[in-house]
Design a binder for this molecule. Structure first.
Ligand code: ASP
Length: 449
């Protein structure tokens, strides 16, 4: 079995974290392919090495001394090497790098990539695995896009079969120029590797035990999500839950390789498994998660006999299009509909949009309601299951929360309700408690009637 274990910045922040990683890697013989980010924050107020390196580059561009910054970065690597008794000549290597940087011999991308490079060098020695430079195997076209074909070939040719440590976040063009992926791109490197090695599992080690079913600032101790599908994850992340890098998901999703989000500081927590299809048993949770966002605006358009008239909706939507405002939802009635958009998108244009609709569509009435919060209850297991929306609306009713809008995605994996911004937290708590026993999300066989 092949597992790719990618460790994020906080997982490699200092020697203590390195020790945790060694324990994790040595506890499973399938974990031999390791990808690391650059050392991240060791706590509040600390800096990520990648940010410091960007700062070094800016200082050099403006010819301001960056000696302190470089010394600061070096000391992080040196203390890891010393504490772990590593023999990698970090002093000399770092000094050579600093000299090249000061002399302006490194591009910003090359300079910044050294964060993951040095982390991976130290980690490779500590885990007693070979170091594999990403510049040799992760290949880019000159326009900065990934050259998949070449990357696959290089990995096949160069990657030691028995395992290795690869620095994330960068690769190189055919002529050896270092290129970076997006910020947070270590996740993408791990996914690329998982796909090219036909891995069975992509483990993404971080500082949380997977995804939570609700925002812990709103719901006390929300249950964690055991399994989630990609579509559910998109629904949850779109409305605000922060999840993996979109590009990191794409290669593994395509290859149907499951991803598991694990916590380096609590390796025994089960974490969250992300996979296209999830099981269908009675012990599956009724809902997967609840998320939402405040500050939407609904523009209601009323026109009698609208249903016999062709083009009203199109004319209205083209007004929004003209102002480049993306439309979120369009709840419709017989002679009316509403167009729901994000408040921030119409901050300056709302009244011009209303005026244009009046002119182009000539409605009987047009009304704007703002301070609309949308809450999305997401769950693959809701599909075709009676009683779920009933419980949800009953919970809001019992809380005395008025529902201003209802929508359901066409895949039926979410139910969206619109409430007043002021009811946002209360509504999420009410929905959460309708589907939980106080601490855990209920399973299908426990659906409250
Ligand atoms: N070190 C890079 C960053 O901070 C990439 C990563 O951590 O994945 O964005």
């Amino acid at each position: 079995m092949i597992k790719i274990a990618k460790f994020g910045g906080s997982s490699v922040a200092d020697a203590e974290q390195f020790k945790k990683i060694r324990a994790i890697v040595s506890s499973d013989t399938d974990r031999r392919f390791v990808v690391v980010s650059a050392c991240g924050r060791r706590g509040k107020g600390d800096s990520k090495v990648t940010d410091l390196l960007y700062l070094v580059s800016a200082h050099l561009n403006y010819q301001v001394s960056c000696d302190d910054l470089l010394a600061d970065i070096e000391s992080r690597y040196v203390s890891i090497a010393e504490e772990l008794g590593l023999s990698y000549p970090i002093h000399q290597e770092f000094a050579a790098f600093a000299k090249d940087a000061r002399a302006g011999r490194l591009s910003t991308e090359c300079l910044v990539s050294r964060g993951e490079y040095f982390t991976a060098r130290l980690m490779a020695e500590y885990l007693e695995l070979p170091f594999l430079d990403a510049a040799e195997v992760i290949c880019f076209h000159h326009d900065g896009t990934l050259n998949w074909e070449l990357t696959e070939t290089k990995i096949r040719e160069r990657a030691p079969q028995g395992g290795f440590v690869l620095p994330g976040f960068y690769g190189a063009t055919r002529d050896g120029q270092i290129k970076l992926l997006d910020r947070g791109g270590g996740d993408i490197s791990g996914a690329i590797l998982a796909k090219c090695l036909h891995a069975d599992l992509y483990e993404n080690w971080t500082d949380v035990s997977g995804f939570l079913s609700a925002d812990p600032r709103i719901v006390d101790n929300p249950d964690s999500i055991g399994r989630i599908t990609y579509s559910e994850m998109r629904e949850l992340s779109y409305m605000g839950a922060s999840v993996l890098h979109e590009e990191a998901i794409f290669p593994v999703r395509e290859a149907d390789i499951p991803i598991v989000i694990k916590n380096t500081n609590r390796p025994n927590d089960p974490g969250t498994v992300i996979r296209e299809s999830a099981g269908a048993s009675d012990t599956e949770p009724i809902i997967t998660g609840i998320t939402g966002k405040r500050d939407f605006v609904a523009v209601h358009v009323m026109k009698s006999h609208m249903c016999d008239e062709v083009g009203v909706l199109r004319q209205t939507l083209s007004v929004f299009e003209r102002y480049r405002v993306s439309v979120e939802h369009i709840p419709t009635g017989i002679d009316s509909f509403a167009v729901v958009v994000q408040g921030k998108d119409v901050k300056d244009s709302l009244w011009s949009i209303v005026a244009d609709i009046k002119r182009d569509v000539q409605p009987d009435e047009i009304k704007v309601s703002d301070k609309l919060a949308l809450i999305s209850t997401v769950g693959r297991n809701m599909v075709g299951r009676p009683g779920v929306s009933g419980s949800l609306f009953a919970a809001l009713g019992q809380e005395g929360i008025s529902i201003r809008m209802i929508a359901q995605g066409s895949e039926e994996i979410n139910i969206i309700v619109g409430v007043h911004d002021d009811d946002f937290g209360r509504a999420i708590r009410a929905i959460y408690s309708a589907f939980s026993d106080g601490s855990h999300i209920l399973e299908l066989h426990e659906l409250k009637r």
